[in-house]
Design a protein around this ligand. Structure first.
Ligand code: DGL
Length: 260
């Protein structure tokens, strides 16, 4: 079994690092860096990028794809889940399970503009955790910071303070990181929240769900192919910085927009 992992850029690596510990299947990571950030894109554009990426995953022999991107999971998957080239699993269910495990009642969510506008987390959390109240804050400055490797320091703190303030004023008891890029800001977020709010990274819960769905996915020890649609050297260097480990070669895959 070969499993694809999809995101706009570096964010999906937060799911990848959980997944590779749990399953031995060959993994193919694709970051659509030519179209970053996804949070500013229209539903039509996001669907176009996703369809083109699925064709690429299929050409690499993938049997299924993990959509390690909350934006595509929120905006695209609910519309097209059953008419795709390959089966795809998104972030939302795992994220709701992760919040339920913590038992938060006043739940803050940081997300991209597109995810926030979709209303998906509002609905899924209020339905999955009856009686809870959900406050979603769009945080468009955060993805560019992570893509620049600025996951700690004054720029990150300044942006985080801006987005956390309205959530804290609502008295939140838990905070869902509703964009896979934000996992890499978790330490900075925790520092600012000073233990007062439970920070929830959905990546481990999503990886557990993939593991459960792909239980026959051995053999162990298979590696990962890394691909991006622009600037592979930059992706590799920043990924190594935020992961704290070396990655193998990152390859370039591009497509012509009009063929999407
Ligand atoms: N990491 C993605 C997400 O979880 C996409 C972020 C972006 O490119 O704006 O939403």
């Amino acid at each position: 079994m070969i499993i694809g992992i999809y995101d706009s850029g570096l964010g999906g690596l937060s799911v990848w690092r959980e997944l590779r510990q749990r399953i031995g299947a060959q993994l193919v990571y694709f970051g659509d860096t030519a179209h970053l950030p996804y949070g500013d894109k229209s539903p039509g554009q996001l669907l176009e990028y996703f369809r083109a990426s699925l064709a690429f995953f299929q050409s690499r022999g993938c049997h299924t794809v993990v959509v390690a991107c909350n934006t595509t999971s929120s905006v695209v998957l609910p519309r097209v889940q059953h008419e795709l080239l390959l089966p795809a699993m998104g972030m939302i269910e795992g994220a709701v399970e992760a919040v339920a495990a913590v038992g938060g009642q006043r739940i803050g969510v940081l997300a991209t503009k597109a995810t926030a506008a979709s209303g998906v987390y509002q609905r899924a959390l209020e339905e999955g955790l009856p009686g809870s109240q959900v406050f979603v804050e769009p945080a468009p400055r955060l993805v560019p910071l992570v893509e620049a490797g600025l996951v700690a320091g004054p720029e990150a703190e300044d942006a985080l303070k801006q987005y956390l303030a309205p959530l804290l004023s609502q008295g939140i008891d838990s905070l869902l990181l509703g964009c896979t890029h934000y996992s890499f800001l978790a330490a900075s977020i925790q520092k600012l929240l000073d233990g007062k709010v439970q920070v929830i990274d959905p990546a481990p819960a999503v990886a557990r769900k993939v593991e459960a769905a792909c239980s026959k996915a051995a053999p162990a020890g298979a590696g990962t192919e890394f691909w991006v649609s622009a600037q592979p050297e930059k992706f590799k260097a920043t990924a190594e910085l935020i992961l704290g480990e070396e990655l193998p070669l990152v390859q370039l895959h591009t497509w012509r927009e009009e063929n999407c």
